[in-house]
Ligand binder design. Sequence first.
Ligand code: PEP
Ligand code: MG
Length: 838
Amino acid sequence: MRDLLGGKGANVAEMTRILGADRVPGGFTITTEACVAYMESGGATPAGLDAQVADALARLEAQSGRTLGDADDPLLVSVRSGARESMPGMLDTVLNLGLTDRSVEGLAARTGNPRFAWDSYRRFVQMYGNVVHGVSGERIEQEIRALKARRGVTEDTELDVDDLRELVTTFKGLYREATGEDFPQDPQVQLDGAIRAVFDSWTGERAVTYRRLNRIPDSWGTAVNVQQMVFGNKGETSGSGVAFSRDEVDGSPEPSGDFLPNAQGEDVVSGVRTPRDIRELADWQPAVHAQLMDILRTLERHYGDMQDTEFTVEEGHLYMLQTRNAKRPAQAAVRFAVDAVAEGLLDRGAAIATIDAASLDALLHPTFGNLDYTVLARGVAASPGAAKGEIVFTAKEAVAAAAEGREVVLVRPFTEADDVAGFHAARGILTSEGGKASHAALVARGMGRPAVTGAGDVEIDLAAGEMRVGDVVLRAGDRIAINGTTGGITTDDVPLVEPEISAEFLTVLGWCDELRTLGVRTNADTPQDAAKAIEFGAEGIGLCRTEHMFLGDRQPVMADVILAADDEARTRAIDALRPLQEADFEEILRTMAGRPVTVRLLDPPLHEFLPHPHDLPEGSPERARVESLQEANPMLGTRGVRLGILMPALYEMQVRALFTAAAKVDGANVEVMVPLVDYERELELVRALIERVAQETGVPDGAYTVGTMIELPRACFLADAIAHYADFFSFGTNDLTQTGLGFSRDDIEARILARYIDVGILDRSPFETIDSPGVGQMLRMGAWLGRKTKRDLKLGVCGEHGGDPDSIDFFHHSGIDYVSCSPFRVPIARVAAAQAAI
Ligand code: PEP
Ligand code: MG
């Protein structure tokens, strides 16, 4: 029921059933529907909510035998957000609610622990003020720091009861300053305020940013979980922590996590105190450790996935506060899938389904090329991969630098939700505080950004704009490199190298190949790309863009072809190109060793090969010729098959070079592809040309095939007519998106996309994930009509969408035979294709 109850609410309810009520604090969940109603009404309490909350609270009070905020023996609750998809740290939470000037005394007397009671109260006043009324977190931390300095102590835990009382008074003052009112002493008022604050946090800036980045719809809303408090800050037999059922960084089977004795959960995740490793729990409280390990196994079996939990130990009693499927970096996801099958926890299909295919990108990320660099400092290896760049100290600078195309590493003492945009912009993240479960670590892993956290020797002075390690001082703009796989930090200019594919990853890919029915080819224009793609498992080349072979030092030869004054000059220029083409083709065909190679005849607008007119002498015939070739809309101009019709000699040369090369390579498997076809007659003419050249070069019928790209709307609608002349179709979804939606593929990102996402028209670029209801339906029509003419017509996709997991799912269900994508996307496509087939 996670849609209605949110992930946390649904899992807490389920966990109560699995583990029993004495392991999970009681409570109730206000649904996401209530939040949606609240948002839609512009912030009015939904009808019936107050009464239902009162009922649920009465039940909780009866069950716990306590009354919310009671003066003698108060029930205290946490009020926590919980969206359908977890949004770690992005939404608000209030703990210890129900404490007042009176109930704090009751709590102190009941527990015989005044320090604990006052610590809880000061946390509540602090959190409530900050979350519900925006009292500055920085002001609060300043006051705590100032008091610690006055007392000459360094840890929060060293503050005594009187200090904590003093903090409560100070925080109440801050509250009054911010609101003009006294801190509320009525627990009902507190509860109302906290529930509203959680609702409001859904539309807060950082949550909105997070949702954009993670494509979570604004319309979902968050649930609100009101749960009886248990206390990790009750003394030395109490504590709080986070525990993963397996190592959350590398996926190895030992549970991992962090905990802090005598602390509440916020202390662990905020990174303000440096937590202890979960293994030390066994020394601290062996029975609790054993229980926790057992629970982690139970939960993992139940959910069939790696779990990420929060727990609190209250005077030796272990409580589980929440569980969720762990977000994990790609290497952990792959390791988990392999181990889960070996352990009999999951079958292969289910194991593969736990992998986020898009995240596998990280396994193809660079690592440090040499390991004997000078280590400046070490921290926690929090998110794998290596990164280097200029130091920036704020998220804002990171965003600005990235916009200028600079590579930066975001360096912070610790990070907060507001820094998320900076994560996205930075190559890597370095923090001096926190651990593997701190905010910085979670967010970086979620995004596939390398991160090193908790580098204790790094002293970051934001005011001075510098970081210091011993007597090394680095400033914004200085270069640094971090290794999120090992925790190393260096100022050496370490080379970054491409990764090897691990044995586990190969195992997973092998399973995917057994499960998938969709073929995976690659887009490759050079033998090097082709070789890389084969290494990654490509079954052939689905698109070789021959125009890329004319760039670089061959551009002038190509310009000669286009600018030729007469036919004779043109023939000469074309003849000069032919041996170059032939050599290219031969090498690619050899590299592909009998795998199919789709060679696309020249496609791009001619002007791409020409000099700019204003770079040529005014009045020169050359300039006049270049000017005469300019087009107002080159993308819709003289390109694709139109070139073949207008300048058949060019296509003829390409085909001749290809067939001549193929004749030299044993088992060459050639597919000739014609781009940008609108009319069946275009293909008919070019096909006749190809067949003639085949005959002339002595290539037998059946030794090659001829196909076309389907990348214009008309071609989709007339695919049955076009199919008469085609042995295969390959959907060019880049141009089909461009022409189907009328969005310029080169300009939409810069000009339109951000705003369209902001106002909810799009949730991502249609050039990244296929617009399935529009462009996708044209593709399906083309596929269907094509196969109406030829039942066995082979269908591929070679636009960028061929490497996008969501699009791959759509193609699989559209009867496509294979996708073709850039070499580095090939492993991702293999996994996504298997997931689509499961
Ligand atoms: C396409 O349009 O999808 C395609 C693959 O061709 P290009 O990107 O070269 O236009
Ligand atoms: Mg195209």
